[in-house]
Design a protein. Sequence first.
Lengths: 602, 191
Amino acid sequence: MEPKFNIDRPKISDEEIKKHQNFEQLVKQFKQQSLNKAKHDKSWWKSKKVRYSAVIAGITVICTISYLALFKNETKQNTTHETVITQNNNNQNIPTKKSFINEPSQNLKVNYTSYKINNAKGGELKHPSSSKIKVPVNTFVDKNGKDVIGDVTIEYREFHDAADIIASGIPMNYDSAGTKYNLESAGMFDIKGTQNGEPVFIKKDKKVEIELASANSENKFNQYYLDTVTKNWQYIKKDHANSISGNNHETNDFDNNDKDNSDNYIKRSTKLQLIKDQIEVVIPKKIDSVKTVYTKKIDAIPKVKEPTKINKPTPGRPTFYLEGSYNEFPELAAFNNVIFEVGPENKNYRPDMHEITWSDVKVSEGPVKGKNYLLTLTYRKQVEKLIVYPTLSGADLEKAEKKYQQKYKDYESLVEKKQAEETRLMAEMEAKQKTYLAEIKSKQEEFDKQRAKFITEFKQKEQSQLASNFNAMSAQTKATRLFTISSFGVYNSDCPHAEPTGKTISPMFVSGEKGNAINPDILYMVNHNTKMVYNIAFKDGFKITYEPSNNYSLCVFRNNKLFICNKDQFKATANKDSNKFTITELPDNADNLVDFKKALEI
Amino acid sequence: MAINPHFHHTNEQINEELIIIEAAKQNPERFGPLYNKYYKQIFNYLYQRMEDKDTAFDLTGQVFLKALTNLPNYQFKGVPFASWLYRIAHNEMMQMFRVQKDRRSVNADIGDLKYICEEHDEPFFEEYIPAIKKLLLELDEEDMQMVEFRFFEKRPFKEIAEILDITEVNAKVRMYRIIEKLKKSMSKLKL
């Protein structure tokens, strides 16, 4: 079968790879495999030695147990305790320890809305849900306690329903003096402040007021602060709902930080991303590629060598004329009739060098190739080296001059050709690059237009989504709840409820046409009557307790996939007195909080 | 081509690995450092050659389980432990393709194809992609593997040789032949 060829398939992130990296699991598998192998391999039992040893060991164990049972009650207690520990250690299905706030999925996110506020001026921020954040002047200090100068970024988000709560991963159980409760929320928010990425803090004597819009106008709620150190909710005070009439939504100062968020918008649009890739990656790569290829082509044009001109000797300069039999010095035959002029750079030249009859003469390449030569003169142990320039005189010079003229003509025409070829290639390269640059320009214009359009549409959609979500909660029972906070964090208007009562079962989950079994990593139960969310803890398996007269949904997270058992599916199973729940997988797209709410019928 | 520090080791690093291996032969729980060191490499190797992410994760787990099971038989041959893991990964993957009649996949970036073109002194344009794909798909499994190692994963010849258990010279010769083959085909296609 021919392989499938993918181009630019998205890479798997390091985080995702890390998530699957589980050495403990590997060791467990390995041990299990070894155990299975040992179980099937019974050859060891055939050995008489092993059989006798086993019998002796058995008798020893029985004797020891009887002795301990009769005389050592304390030891017995300890032994029981150890057994419990061993059981826990052997439990293969205990999920790994998770952090306190544990977002169940990367795709489900309640996004922060970002605001800018000048610390010296303070002010009031209006959130799309109609909540208000009131900041007095000079409220924020940095980590050294100094007043922050300039703008502070406030990031704020609210959680109003079961879907928001589940997506946030914020635990909704509350431990009050050892008694466990579940919290029913009338609205929760998370607020934080930064300047240039560094956290800022609320000054000791200052308070920030949050007028939280709430869908519940009952007065049974308390205010709590989520203490991430003690990992528990801290009671602040009794909450009071201020009822408001009519729809009080105002247009907000939503996101004054367009530039910072621009990248986030781009990430949300495949079309924008594609254009951006074209501008930043694909087309520049083409330009680079063209440059590489044409540079290679230009370099490949053969270099033209300029011919060397031979001059007549300079009057007054010493010269050497090599006389003698060229049979004796065949390598000098090429220098027939050449007069070597001693260059002025030779400081070792002496006129008496002409008086010596040299026994050996060598001419080799000089320091400037093609221009000068190295003349090595040897007599016994005396060796002299001179840089010399070849010259000619008389008829030889005329002949050489003619030859040089011809060669130079050829050289000029070759240079001309080379330059023309280079110019042609450069022009071709520039033309190709220009086309790509024009393409970049037009893509950039298209990108700017598309981005402006997308941001406008996205903002409108997001605002109307936020507003409609809020309205959908309960149009008649809107209220505001006033929080006065002295530190950033998560705050909640809650009413604690005792642990649920009713029928307790160990649920099983099946999905798809084939009814494949799904083992949850995380399990949530939503009670639609009380609007409460239960994060079901894993303890010897998952167990849920429900009141048959109420309406419930179940949310199952498995391998970053989200499955829902909606109200009807839950009811159907409960009515059959079964524990097998049919669950449906939610599409795995980036913004599925809205789909999640729809699936939960919120 | 840059050296892959995760693959290439100094003698000291190789010795450290050997100590861990010997300890893990006695107690599998000592295998952790090698598992953590090579998990990502092996996953990426497998995922580059198959379609489904989950299958790649499953197979990566299988590779390490197999490595741990066969660790007592592991013999040091002077090359990093990774080459042994790669060979297990390759065998497991081919076995899976055979048994499940699954389709192998080849994954490349546009930059990789550009690199191939430039190796052949040809400019690269996106319009060439279908033709290059066609050429590469005509290669047999062994040659494809070399192309993946060299052009898509940018591995140096030393590393390729160690993974394939051949000499570095042999790896270079094989690659040279493949390049020649591709050159011929490219000229036929008149890229």
